[in-house]
Design a protein. Structure first.
Length: 173
């Protein structure tokens, strides 16, 4: 299963739409937003993508509680199963124990991808291009034998995303 990941969109609706369109074009079957959504329009973009999705509140999202019931929006840390894999989703990197197979987070505005203690720790970076002039997202392909992570980055003045790939062997269950 291919899972499209984005985080820290903040107020950059045009960048978030570009990221969603790219992830869908690359085959994402499910979309996950790792927080700091900021604008309801971002949630509307996820909903209109035609893909199943999940989004977690970030530290800049308390006002979105007013529209909570309209979207698939959860509190952190949120545990769920997808593609036979246990996930933990959060925005703030405070719950970093390896108590799931995949730990997804945001907040730092920096792409991170590491496999330790039998778990994949993954931050898709910032979609908003606030800390640097680069919009980022990631694709996580869950296979029985491995996790394949693709980091996508695009300078804001460019139209093409550049890809880097990482493969991590899964531990036997």
């Amino acid at each position: 299963m291919k899972i499209g990941l984005l985080s820290d969109t903040h107020k950059k609706i045009e960048y978030s739409q570009t990221v969603i369109d790219h992830l869908v074009a690359e085959g994402a079957e499910f979309l996950i937003h790792c927080g700091d959504i900021v604008k309801e329009e971002m949630l509307q973009q996820l909903k209109k993508s035609g893909k199943r999705y999940l989004a977690v509140y970030g530290n800049n999202d308390p006002h979105l509680a007013e529209v909570h019931n309209r979207y698939n929006l959860v509190q952190e840390p949120h545990y769920f199963k997808l593609a036979g894999t246990k996930f933990k989703l959060m925005h703030l990197p405070f719950y970093m124990s390896a108590d799931a197979e995949v730990i997804l987070f945001g907040h730092t505005h920096t792409f991170e991808c590491d496999f330790k203690n039998g778990a994949l720790f993954l931050n898709p970076g910032e979609a908003c291009a606030r800390s640097k002039p680069v919009s980022e997202c990631a694709m996580l392909e869950v296979r029985e034998e491995a996790f394949i992570v693709t980091q996508y980055s695009r300078r804001v003045e460019e139209t093409q995303f550049h890809a880097r790939h990482f493969t991590f062997e899964r531990e036997e269950q």
